[in-house]
Design a protein around this ligand. Structure first.
Ligand code: FAD
Ligand code: SIN
Length: 527
């Protein structure tokens, strides 16, 4: 028997919880999350949230910086829509109790790459945790919101799952694995919002949490929604290089507050050779490519990020989380440099949505990192993504409320069919395939690409598709299997998109097409 709600939200990060809170005044909302309620990227965000709050800054400046970072692939209408709503989002978070750092009577604004002004509001260097906590506290206190962690969603429920098939093409909810019982349940609703985050873990090295396996993008794609610009995978320039701790981010704000990138042997400040005007504060694609070039050119394992020329109290005061973490690893950032390498960080592409968060599929909305809204274009400007989550979480909620009369309740839905599967006897296949995907994506579909390498990756994906489909068809689903299937789907979407773009633009840099076309075009894949 399906469990029915007014609105179903997949994901308890910034996008999902913002939408839930905006709906819960009048609607009963169910929020499902894989693993714990704080397992998404939101809780890991460091630097902050971009918003025009300083009298010397303007929306036009923020819009220009966003478009410049995005290499012209952004949709201006979306950029304006989001940036003009940023101050409202910050006020709302302050009301919810987020303890942003202050500077006298104003909020303290830090600076990050690609921003022409100081405009990043933050809670020290752990902004995401403070935001996640405030949103979660508000959601837990709201009697109209039910939070269900430990649910790995498998697939969207669509017209083809109706007990009496109507051919409606509608999305009615989701089949979700209860991770504790191992049973798959149907959860249905008048409207569904996909807010399941990015696909960063498709790469061997990523700053993203383990669950960032592209589930939302893959589920929407399989249900029939278009996805866009999946080749635009962002690599953060400065992830800690450490043999034990593999994915600890060193926030861009370290460079914003004066951190310099140095060759580890000569001490040369190499950004002068790549972007002499903006140096360490050039947009991420430029800085990540420069580090990648240094590492490959000189056979290095890492480069240095050094902020030790700033007073020790200043460094500890601005970056207490990073300072403590590094001290635990024997690195004192107030006295010497930090070894860093680039790592995958953000999925710019995703489910295509309009300004109301609507996807191609009736009844399915989407918000946050799983979407392609037109905000980021070919490269996301730092600290614009939490902002996108707040703005589109609210936009989707507003559209659902405005169209409520059209959003009819779900019909009877077929239960999940397990009659032809058994328990897996070879879990090792999942681990092996997962590792293989992440390795070839890193080696063949990374910061600098070629057609030959992309074709090799496409070939591996075709072989793995057969293996994973066979496995999925025979064995009971587990979270690991769900993630492997989605990871492979995400890899295929990234590689197909990368092969389709015959130019270099923003994050997509290929030696076979080094020039940039005069006209910016989205890569839109149709299921
Ligand atoms: P997430 O917060 O990732 O949440 C996804 C949710 O979906 C989770 O609840 C997860 O459990 C759930 N989910 C996923 N799959 C399933 C499934 N199959 N079934 C059920 N639930 C599922 N951005 C900024 O703007 N500023 C920053 O300073 C910043 N710093 C960052 C630092 C790090 C280390 C990282 C990794 C990212 C950072 N970002 C930053 C990016 C930003 O944090 C994310 O883009 C944003 O938090 C995404 O929010 P979201 O709500 O879309 O998804
Ligand atoms: C960072 O703190 O460097 C991350 C900011 C972002 O990803 O927007």
């Amino acid at each position: 028997m399906a469990k029915q709600h007014d609105v179903l939200i997949i994901g308890s990060g910034a996008a999902g919880l913002t939408a839930a809170l905006a709906l819960a005044e009048t609607k009963k909302v169910l929020v499902l999350a894989k693993g714990s309620l704080t397992g998404g990227s939101t809780a890991w965000a460091q630097g902050g949230i971009a918003a025009v709050l300083d009298a010397g800054d303007t929306f036009e400046n923020h819009i220009r910086d966003t478009m410049r970072a995005g290499a012209g692939l952004n949709r201006l209408e979306t950029v304006e829509y989001v940036i003009e709503r940023a101050p409202h989002s910050i006020r709302r978070l302050v009301e919810l109790g987020v303890p942003f750092n202050e500077d006298g009577a104003d909020l303290h604004l830090t600076r990050e790459g690609g921003h022409s002004h100081r405009r990043i509001v933050h809670v020290n260097d752990a902004t995401g945790w403070a935001v996640q906590e405030a949103l979660l506290n508000a959601a837990e206190a709201n009697p109209n919101i039910t939070l269900l962690p430990g649910r790995s969603c498998v697939d969207l429920i669509t017209g083809r799952h109706e007990a009496r098939y109507s051919g409606s093409g509608r999305v009615w909810g989701v089949y979700a694995l209860d991770e504790a019982s191992g049973k798959v349940e149907a959860h249905t609703a008048n409207a569904t919002i996909m807010a399941a985050g990015g696909a960063g873990r498709v790469y061997q090295f990523s700053t993203a949490p383990r669950g960032a396996t592209g589930d939302g993008i893959a589920m929407a794609w399989r249900a029939g929604a278009r996805v866009s610009n999946m080749e635009m995978m962002q690599f953060h320039p400065t992830c800690l290089y450490n043999l034990e701790v593999k994915n600890f981010l060193i926030t861009e704000a370290v460079r914003g507050e004066g951190g310099r990138l140095l060759h580890p042997e000569t001490g040369h400040r190499f950004m002068a050779d790549y972007d002499p005007e903006r140096m360490e504060l050039a947009p991420r694609d430029v800085v990540a490519r420069a580090i990648d070039d240094q590492i490959k050119r000189y056979g290095l394992d890492f480069v240095h990020l050094d902020i030790s020329h700033q007073p020790a109290e200043f460094v500890k005061g601005h970056f207490p989380t990073i300072y403590d973490k590094l001290m635990g690893l024997g690195i004192d950032m107030t006295k010497g440099p930090i070894p860093v390498v680039p790592a995958q960080h953000y999925t710019c592409g995703g489910i295509l949505i309009d300004l109301a968060g609507r996807t191609d599929l009736p009844g399915l909305y989407a918000a946050g990192e799983c979407t392609e809204s037109g905000l980021h274009g070919a490269n996301r400007l730092a600290s614009n993504s939490l902002l996108e989550c707040f703005v589109f979480g609210e936009a989707a909620a507003a559209d659902i409320l405005a169209r409520w009369e059209e959003l009819d309740p779900p019909p009877a839905i077929n239960p999940w069919d397990e009659s032809r599967v058994t328990d897996s006897d070879e879990e090792v296949i999942i681990k092996q395939n997962w590792t293989e995907i992440r390795r070839f994506m890193w080696n063949y579909v990374g910061i600098v690409r070629t057609t030959k390498r992309l074709e090799r990756a496409a070939h591996r994906i075709r072989l793995l598709n057969d293996e994973v489909a066979d496995y999925y068809g025979h064995f009971r689903v587990t979270t690991d299997l769900i993630e492997l299937r989605n990871l492979l789907q995400a890899a295929e979407l990234i590689v197909t998109s990368a092969l389709a773009r015959h130019e270099s633009r923003g994050l997509h840099f290929t030696l076979d097409y080094p020039g940039t076309d005069s006209l910016a075009r989205d890569t839109v894949l149709v299921p």
